[in-house]
Design a protein around this ligand. Structure first.
Ligand SMILES: [Zn+2]
Length: 294
């Protein structure tokens, strides 16, 4: 079971600090005392963070990633953003006030736990990380997609999708920055948008410091930027998104499972769905990510 799960995780970091053997060791030595006690751990971390006490700071010398246990393979509905709330609530937790720009955001509990640790480390270096988007359901993504498809929401460059007659061209234009329902990594709760939805924000001043910090440090907490410059990704998939970070120890398992279990039959129920197959959205967009995030 362990080796199967580890094979499916295919996990590596920039520093290669997580080896298969260390994951096996952590699985062997895992007991009831560590990574599955999320609520307790989160509350502990939260109370530490919200009161800014330093009596129990995150121990930077301990490699957080070595403590991880690979997640179970997700159900197909979870991958598509269609999980029932009862099923979803087993995996997701609410982002506490102070870490997001609004109430009500949900995240996969493992990703949230890692984010809290990253947030604290960043804060100690004067870097502020605020989550501005996290989990999104299929229906939420459908609203975003259809608002663009119908021209109610203008696209990047002040274009309206309704000005583009050809359905595939219209979908392609929306796909520069937005996912089709059922194909977003935000469905998994593993992916978050941080601080701004404009690449230009991250090019200078405070935004540049934040982005530079993330590029240098996010991998230590398991986070990776899936949408780097398109030229680094065979010019496939979405445009660069400097704000979008993915928690790999879970997301890489989800992506593997997605590849095995989701096909174009599952991508229906929204306007323009007929273009999904013609545009190969699974191959080009879901899979068309930064290779370091695979
Ligand atoms: Zn995003």
């Amino acid at each position: 079971m362990i080796s199967r799960t580890l094979r499916s995780i295919g996990y590596k970091t920039k520093s290669d600090s997580v080896s298969i053997s260390s994951l096996i060791e952590s699985e062997k030595t895992k007991s009831s005392d560590n990574t599955r006690n999320f609520h307790i751990e989160n509350q502990d971390t939260l109370s530490t963070m919200s009161t800014e006490k330093t009596d129990k700071p995150y121990n930077k010398t301990k490699n957080y990633l070595e403590m991880l246990v690979p997640p179970e393979k997700p159900q197909k509905d979870m991958l598509l953003g269609k999980a029932q709330p009862s099923q979803r609530d087993l995996l997701m937790v609410s982002v506490a006030p102070g870490f997001a720009n609004r109430d009500g955001l949900l995240m996969h509990r493992d990703a949230y736990d890692a984010f809290l640790k990253m947030h604290q480390a960043a804060q100690q270096e004067g870097i502020s990380l605020t989550i501005i988007s996290a989990y999104r359901s299929f229906d939420h993504q459908k609203r975003i997609w259809e608002n663009k498809w119908n021209g109610q929401q203008v696209l990047s460059g002040n274009i309206r999708a309704t000005d583009i007659a050809d359905p595939e061209e219209r979908a392609s234009e929306i796909l520069r920055f937005s996912s089709m329902p059922g194909t977003s990594r935000h469905h998994w709760g593993t992916d978050i948008d941080i601080n701004s939805l404009n690449n230009s924000y991250f090019l200078s001043g405070r935004g540049k410091k934040e982005y530079d910090w993330l590029k240098e440090n996010a991998h230590k907490y398991g986070f990776c930027q899936p949408y780097t410059q398109r030229s680094d990704r065979n010019n496939t998939g979405y445009e660069e998104e400097k704000w979008h970070w993915s928690y790999l120890p879970v997301a890489s398992v989800y992506l593997e499972t997605y590849k095995d279990s989701v096909d174009y039959e599952a991508l229906k129920g929204f306007q323009g769905w007929q273009t999904a197959k013609a545009l190969s959205v699974i191959e080009n967009y879901v899979m068309g990510i930064n290779k370091e995030c695979l």
